[in-house]
Write a protein that binds this ligand. Structure first.
Ligand code: AMP
Length: 399
C-alpha cells in the first residue's frame, strides 16, 4: 500500500511516497519557492534524481509538478496517481477542534482554513495544498490530516492556561496549544527505543530546532509542557520569528510604529528572530558563518538561542522533577554542533556533560553525544514526521 505524505509550507511542498509494507520511502521531493521562482528537487530510492527550475505561481501548479515527477518524468516511480491508496497531510494548528488525526472532508479543510489566524504562517497554506491535492489524486482517495498540536493535548491545565481573564479561554479559545507535536512524538519514542526503555519510564526534554523551534517536556511519553504557545510564535528565538517577548513591548512598538495588528504580527513572525536581530538572514548556517567571521550581532542571536534553550531545559527538569535525557532534532538540532555545544556547556549542575569531539562529528544521525559519565544522556535524534504521518494515516483508513 502506497501512502503519499505532504508537508506544505507557505512557499514549499515537501512530499514522500512511502510503501507501508516495509515503511520504505520510494520517492521524495520538494517543490520549493512556490510563488517566488520555483524549484523542484525529486529523488527516488534507486538513485534517480530530478532538479528543475520551474514556475509554481500557487500550490496547484506545485502539485501538478509533483504528479509529473511521480508518474511521467525519467525519475517516475508509479504509472498513475490511482496507485496511491491515501494521502496524509501535516497540519500545524488544530486547536481544540481537532484533538486527533481525522479524514480531510471539505468541511474539515474549511475549518483548517478558518483556524489560520492562530497560525499565520501555516494554516492557510495547508488549506490551499489540501484543495490542490484533491484535484490531482483519484476521486475518493482518502486524505488524512495530522495535527502538530495533537501531541500536546495531554498538557495539564496549569501548563496550558495564560494568566488572562478566564473568558479569553472560554470564548476566544486563547491558551497554549504547542506545535511540532508530530516531531516530538516521533523523536521521543525513537530515543526510548535507542535507550531500550519504555517511554513511560522516561523524562525527556525534546529540542526541535529548525526554522521554527520548540522545546517540549515529555514525561512518561506524554507532552506535559512546551515552549510554543497559542501560535508557533512563542518560545525561543527562531529564523524570522521573535519567540517570547513581553506583551507590553508588542503594544508599545505597535503604537510607536503605527502598526495595525496584522502589520505587528508580520513584524514578529517574518521580520524578527535571527533575521531581525542579526540583520543578516534567517538561516542558521549563514548566522554561524557570520559569527565565526566576528559578526557581533550574528554571535548575539546564537548566544540568545542557546541561552533560551538552556533555561527551558532547566525549567522542564524542575517541572518534571527529573531528567533522563535531552534530545536535539530538526535542521539545526541535527546538524549544528555549535548550537548543541552552546546549549550544553556549563550544565554540569544538571548532570549534563557532552563529548565535544563526538558532538562536532555528529550530523543527521541517531547518536549519543554525552560522555559516558553524564548523568543525563544527550542525543541527536533525526526526526521523521513524514513516517509518523504515514503511520497515522494508515491507522485511520484501516479503522
Ligand atoms: P528545518 O526547519 O528543520 O528544515 O531547519 C532549517 C534550519 O536548519 C536552517 O536554519 C538551517 O540553516 C539549519 N541547518 C540545516 N543544515 C545545517 C547544517 N549543516 N549546519 C547548521 N545548520 C543547519
Amino acid at each position: 500500500m502506497l501512502i503519499l505524505v505532504v508537508n506544505a509550507g507557505s512557499s514549499s511542498l515537501k512530499y514522500q511516497l512511502i510503501d507501508m509494507e516495509n515503511e520504505h520511502v520510494i520517492a521524495k521531493g520538494n517543490c520549493d519557492r512556490i510563488g517566488i521562482d520555483g524549484h523542484l528537487s525529486h529523488k527516488t530510492d534507486d538513485g534517480r534524481t530530478l532538479n528543475e527550475d520551474c514556475s509554481f505561481p500557487t500550490h496547484t501548479e506545485a502539485f501538478q509538478k509533483l504528479v509529473y515527477a511521480l508518474t511521467e518524468s525519467e525519475a517516475s516511480v508509479i504509472k498513475s496517481m490511482d496507485e496511491i491508496s491515501a494521502v496524509g497531510h501535516r497540519i500545524v494548528q488544530g486547536a481544540e477542534v481537532f484533538p486527533e488525526t481525522v479524514l480531510a472532508t471539505d468541511e474539515v479543510i474549511d475549518k483548517i482554513d478558518e483556524l489560520a489566524p492562530l497560525a499565520p504562517v501555516h494554516n492557510h497554506a495547508h488549506a490551499l495544498a489540501l484543495r490542490a491535492c484533491k484535484k490531482v489524486v483519484k476521486e475518493g482517495t482518502p486524505m488524512a490530516v495530522v495535527f502538530d498540536t495533537a501531541f500536546h493535548q495531554t498538557m495539564p491545565e496549569k501548563a496550558f492556561m495564560f494568566g488572562m481573564p478566564y473568558d479569553c479561554y472560554e470564548e476566544l479559545h486563547v491558551r497554549k496549544y504547542g506545535f511540532h507535536g508530530t516531531s516530538h512524538r516521533f523523536v521521543s519514542k525513537e530515543l526510548a527505543n535507542a535507550l531500550g526503555k519504555d517511554p513511560s519510564e522516561l523524562k525527556i526534554v525534546s529540542c526541535h530546532l529548525g526554522n521554527g523551534s520548540s522545546i517540549t517536556a515529555v514525561d512518561g511519553g506524554k507532552s506535559v509542557d512546551t515552549s510554543m504557545g497559542f501560535t508557533p510564535l512563542d518560545g525561543v528565538v527562531m529564523g524570522t520569528r521573535s519567540g517570547a517577548v513581553d506583551p507590553s513591548a508588542v503594544c508599545y512598538v505597535a503604537k510607536r510604529k503605527g502598526f495595525t495588528p496584522d502589520e505587528m504580527s508580520d513584524y514578529l513572525n517574518k521580520k524578527s528572530g535571527f533575521l531581525g536581530v542579526s540583520g543578516i538572514g534567517s538561516d542558521n548556517r549563514e548566522i554561524c558563518a557570520a559569527a565565526e567571521k566576528g559578526n557581533k550581532r550574528a554571535q548575539l542571536v546564537t548566544d540568545m538561542l542557546c541561552y533560551e534553550i538552556k533555561k527551558y531545559i532547566g525549567s522542564y527538569a524542575a517541572a518534571m522533577n527529573g531528567l533522563d535525557a535531552v534530545l536535539f532534532t530538526g535542521g539545526i538540532g541535527e546538524n549544528s554542533s555549535e548550537v548543541r555545544q552552546g546549549v550544553c556547556e556549563d550544565m554540569e549542575y544538571f548532570g549534563i556533560k557532552i563529548d565535544a569531539e563526538v558532538n562536532k562529528s555528529t550530523r543527521g544521525e541517531l547518536k549519543r553525544i554525552s560522555t559516558p559519565d553524564s548523568k543525563v544522556e544527550v542525543w541527536v535524534v533525526p526526526t521523521n514526521e513524514e513516517l509518523l504521518i504515514a503511520r497515522d494515516t494508515l491507522a485511520l483508513i484501516s479503522k
